[in-house]
Write a protein that binds this ligand. Sequence first.
Ligand code: SF4
Length: 258
Amino acid sequence: MSSINTGIEWTDKTWNPTTGCDKVSPGCLHCYAEALTKRFPNNFKNGFDLTLYPERLTEPLKWRTPSRIFVNSMSDLFHEKVPLDFIQKVFKVIQATPHHIYQILTKRPERLVELAPHLEFHKNIWLGVSVENQSYVSRVDLLRQVPVNVRFLSCEPLLGSLNLDLTDIHWVIVGGESGQKHRSMKIDWAKEIRAQCQKAEVAFFFKQIGGRTSKSGGKLLDGKIWDEMPEAWKEHQKEWGKSLRNLSVKKGILELIA
Ligand code: SF4
């Protein structure tokens, strides 16, 4: 599974130049990516071990419709086994395809901060960190250190009440866990985050309550769907619309990442 149209409501496509990972915090316990590698072993030659796929790097160059692309839904781009020069190639592809938005989510903001001086954060990169409970809010402080246009938080699976500093954060996604062994989310935890977002004027996206399946609890909060996106998304749509009239794919990109 390299790139697929996804059921994740806040993105359009996934792009997996790497797959595989190692667990780093409680949010990883029922890792969806790991479960997929077990369910479809023929698609993942190394199981859930970190694997690079250089041949997938050029995939977004072929996607002409402007899209929101979730980078590494099956991995973590800032995993310690992903070499800096590979990450730089990913960023060059991002630079060469300004008609797409790239959503990069990590649970390893320490390495993100360490590598940031060697990376160019183009306007079409949205960077996010996962925050599943209060013990991991320091990831938000690390994210703030990176000079990127849009910063977001994924509070999914939400495992506890959160008190967030939302300074310079543009978007928060909240969701409860799903699956046979799901850990239940209290609705009040989601409402508290929504209140913090409203106070700080940050876009709030509520994905699901969770339960035995992702649809079990529904996706309404106080009877309403919350699917706000960062302001930058409207600006991007205005700039690119559905056409590629402004597109000029940088020449030489294939040589750059070869
Ligand atoms: S960081 Fe993400 S991909 Fe890696 S084990 Fe945790 S949940 Fe899975």
